[in-house]
Every structure is written in C-alpha cells, then in structure tokens.
Design a protein around this ligand. Structure first.
Ligand code: MLT
Length: 391
C-alpha cells in the first residue's frame, strides 16, 4: 500500500479527534462524569425556523444534485446580509456555498498554493490551516500572536520577498483566543499580499457569535480597500445557528480569476451542499423567528460567559476571549498545556483543549467552551478549583 507522504507531516490526529479518542478510552462510567468544554459544538438547539425549513425542503424537493455554486436565493440572502451587516455590496455571483468552513479552509491551499510555497499563519489559530498546509508539503511561517501585540503580529516581509508566499491566514474574532483585530491591521496584510502576490484568507466563522448580544467589532475583509483582488473570505452557519452537523458555509472571492479556479476545483471535488441544508441556511438569514431565537440563545450564552469568567477569576486563573467567541482562553497554571489538560480530565473529569493544539503560540494556555448549561459550567469550575497545581 502506498500512503500519501502528507501524512508524515501529521504527528498526531486532528486535535478534536485526539480528544474524542481520549474520552473513548475511558470506562463508560467515567465518561458519564465528564463535563466537556472541549470542541466548539453549540449545545442549544438549532432554531425551529431553520429545522422546519429544512424538513419542508427535505420532504418536498427532488434530492438531486444541487448547484455547486449554491442556490441563487441563498446567495442573494448572503449578499443582503453583507450589505446590512458589513456595509459591503457583493454580487451573488461572488459567493460560493460550501460544505462547511472546515472543508473550505482545508482545501484552499490546494488551489492557491503549490508544494514548497509558504503560508503566513496567525499563531495560535484553528488547527485546520496548519494541518492542511503541512499535508500538502507547504511551509508555514508562524506569526506569533501575543498579549503584547494584541494578537496582531507583524509580517516580516524581508523574509518573504522571494515570491514564495502564497497565502496569509487570518481569523478574527479569533479561534482560540477571542482576539479582535483592527481594520488597519488587516489593511496592512492586504498590502503585503498585493506586494508579494499572495492571497489573504479571512475566516469570519465567529463574526456573529455574540454572547450577551453585545455589539460586535467583527468586519468583512471586503470592507477594506484593495481586498477585491487578494481577499478570500469564509463564513459559517455553524456556531451562531447551531448548525455544526449540517456542513454549510460560504466563500466570497471577488477576484474573477481566483473565483473561477475555486469553482472549477469545487465542481470536481464535490457536488454542492444539499438543497435542504441550503433551505435551512436561507431560513437562518431571512426568518424573523430565527433571528429572535438566536438572540435568546446569545442571552443564554451571555449568562454562561459570566458564570465561567467569574468562576475562573475567583480561582485566580486569568482568562479572556469570551466577548467575541464561545471560548475562554485561559492562562494555564503550569506551562505544559497538554499536561494540564490531561490532569484536568483525569482528576476533575473536565475536558478542556490544550492551547498548544492551536500552534506553538498556544503553549501555556488552555481553551474552554461555554457549550454546557450554567450549572455544569459552575460545577466544572468547582472541580478544577479543587485541584492542586502547586509544584
Ligand atoms: C473548534 O472547536 O475550534 C472547532 O470549531 C471544531 C472544528 O471545527 O472541528
């Protein structure tokens, strides 16, 4: 058997699979006790308006191939969303409906980079960027995000001047840190991309995840001048609408040549998102009852943020990130984040994610979600508080 050499670049399974495997190795009884603050999988139900739109479509529609680019009505709804949400005027033709942001993100470097090329990567970040690049034999230039630089690291263009830089990956609001960038920072990256012949991948999967319905500072890369030629923006229905299992996303590419390549790739790779998933996504953007339900969910998440933040602060564990994302980014009491996450799981039966799983810059941190009811979050904090981390 021959195996793609790309596997050699992965020395561990996908971060969240690794965590699932660890849980699976526990006895059934121990598993029942675990409070999972691991993967970012919303626990509040998918709004009823989305589910009924999907059910109706599933019952009534012909289950044939959908359009790879996506339904016209859904792309129009996304264009209308961009107008009202970001003050950005898009043509529906510039939007492609995808099979989940993870899938889109994993494949962009197949189309927009070659083996041996470089990608600049905000660190820490969603592990799929890094894994997708290393699998294709592409090189990663980490941009270390820290408290000191506000998670807006500089790109040293002198190291990138030989034409090898293909992609710059940015994600704000950021998974896992919850950090937000300024438009000026992204503007600088657009300038670098233009000068170096690269594209900027901008992941806005968390733009509408606003616990407590607080005002969001999220923006679209296409609100910034010069982005038309170099921007690739990825949006997701997963987190704000509790649709992680439906696998539906969008990609905006305004550069006609780049869009044509992505479309060509997509039409070979898959056959588009199912018509019923697209009907659910359309309901998510257009129905008032869905909007009301999302606001209610965000109110609930807001209360959980308070419970988790207050609890961790009382324990003396500094944390941030929950303004813009479902993730608390917590300074770990000992530097080895895998060790601390392992101990929390074993001793407190609470699953958190080791920061190093998001890149070298995540070492010394752990990530916890708010996707558990308030009483379970309070219990998780209490259990962690009962542990002794003194060395
Ligand atoms: C996360 O928890 O960071 C991700 O959303 C999980 C995933 O997409 O695999």
């Amino acid at each position: 058997m021959k195996i793609n050499k790309g596997f050699k670049a992965w020395n561990s399974p996908y971060l969240f699979q690794e965590m699932e495997d660890i849980i699976a190795s526990f006895s059934q009884e121990a598993r029942r006790e675990i409070i999972s603050l691991g993967i970012g999988d919303p626990d509040l139900p998918t709004p009823a308006g989305i589910r009924s739109a999907m059910q109706t479509e599933h019952r009534n529609c012909y289950h044939g191939y959908p359009s790879v680019q996506g339904r016209q009505d859904l792309r129009e709804a996304i264009a209308a969303y961009y107008r009202s949400r970001f003050n950005v005027k898009l043509s529906p033709d510039e939007i492609l409906i995808g099979l989940g942001a993870k899938t889109d993100l994993f494949d962009l470097c197949t189309v927009f980079a070659n083996p041996g090329d470089y990608a600049a990567l905000l660190d820490p970040a969603y592990p799929v960027y890094c894994d997708s690049l290393s699998y294709r034999g592409q090189n990663i230039h980490f941009l270390p995000g820290t408290d000191a630089n506000g998670y807006m690291p500089e790109l040293d263009v002198s190291k990138m001047a030989n034409g090898d830089l293909a992609l710059i990956y940015m994600c704000y609001p950021n998974n896992p840190t919850g950090a937000m960038a300024t438009p000026d920072y992204l503007q600088t990256m657009i300038g670098h991309a233009k000068n170096l012949g690269a594209m900027v991948v901008f992941d806005i999967a968390y733009a509408d995840f606003t616990p407590g319905n607080l005002d969001s500072r999220a923006f679209s890369i296409f609100s910034l001048p010069g982005s038309e030629a170099t921007g690739i923006e990825i949006g997701s229905f997963s987190k704000p609408f509790s649709m992680t299992g439906d696998r539906i996303s969008w990609v905006v590419i305004r550069n006609p040549e780049a869009r044509e390549y992505w479309k060509r790739y997509r039409s070979n790779r898959d056959s588009g998102a199912s018509n019923y998933d697209q009907a659910g996504a359309l309901a998510a953007l257009t129905r008032d009852d869905v909007k009301a339900q999302v606001r209610e969910n965000m109110d609930i998440y807001g209360k959980r943020v308070k419970t988790l933040m207050d609890g961790l602060t009382a324990l003396g564990w500094p944390c941030s990130g929950l303004d813009n994302t479902p993730y608390a980014w917590i300074r770990s009491p000992i530097p080895d984040s895998r060790e601390v996450a392992g101990r929390i799981l074993k001793e407190a039966r609470v699953m958190v994610t080791p920061g190093v799983g998001f890149g070298p810059g995540g070492e010394g941190y752990i990530r916890a979600t708010i996707f558990q009811p308030e009483n379970r979050l309070a219990e998780a904090v209490e259990r962690i508080g009962a542990m002794d981390f003194r060395v």
